[in-house]
Design a protein around this ligand. Sequence first.
Ligand code: FAD
Length: 311
Amino acid sequence: SQKLAQARSEGKTTFSFEFFPPKTAQGVQNLYDRMDRMHGYGPQFIDVTWGAGGTLSQLTCEMVKVAQSVYGLETCMHLTCTDMEKSKLDEALKDAYQAGCTNILALRGDPPREKEKWEATSGGFRYAKDLVKYIREKYGNHFDIGVAGYSEGCDDNPDVDQLVDHLKEKVDAGATFIVTQMFYDVDLFIQWVGKCRAKGIEIPIIPGIMPISTYAAFLRRANWMKVNVPPKWTKALEPIKNDDAAVRDVGQVLVAEMCRKLVDAGITHLHFYTMNLEKGTRMVLEELDILPDAESPQQKPLPWRPSLGLN
Ligand code: FAD
């Protein structure tokens, strides 16, 4: 967050990339190569999601270590708390600490399917705020701690106002930044940020941006996350839905427009859900014209006007 504050004071819009642990060894190597290339775009940090289950969670720790200490990327490790043993959690935090990682995105994780048998795991973790508190108690201020925000409700709670109250609890427990679920409706997002600010949530709010690869994936993700698709988007994309290249081109313009609107509203950092792909994210950054190039090797500033004072 110090780096974010510095970029903000320079009036720069910054960005970050999220990756997830791939299932095969070849996939992991390909991803390292891609992460290394995308390092050249100048992200403020990269995230590695927490892969639920034994092997994938080990891979998250391994990837954080490699990204941080071999590729020199500022790394943020996602960590969930209700779906695994406390000893695993301690190990993951220790690994991150030893790798020089100083950012954790603290999450609850998905609840077990048989809800009637649900009990908190040993260690008393029931909600993400319990993990935030635990990390603060154990590691003081070593880690910047992020938490998840939902501008249009989440899977098990559609009540946006109640979720803002629960978000405030996570902030009060010691979170220092918020990353949101993906969305397409900027107006709803801006309204929600206003609600958060009115509740006294003052830490940076980082919108999660999902580039568009195909029409089917675009719709599927909106349905999964139960987020609104503004009519303008459907009108632009539906007629070309069978032409993937055209969908990507139009999608890039729509997503870049959305990013500009966010920046104009005072948002200073954009978080890209890369889905482990380079192209979609690169296209949006090109459309925004903030990628470094031979003439300007430093990331170009995207001027922002904090007109609504959201950040
Ligand atoms: P919480 O903030 O704990 O909220 C969970 C539920 O509990 C909500 O319904 C909330 O309203 C309710 N609640 C909270 N506090 C209280 C209270 N005091 N009283 C009553 N109810 C309460 N999952 C993964 O497995 N791996 C990942 O890497 C991962 N990364 C993610 C990244 C982002 C940016 C986001 C948005 C989600 C991610 N998830 C990931 C999914 C996440 O684990 C699920 O959405 C999970 O169901 C909720 O996690 P949370 O941290 O938001 O939980």
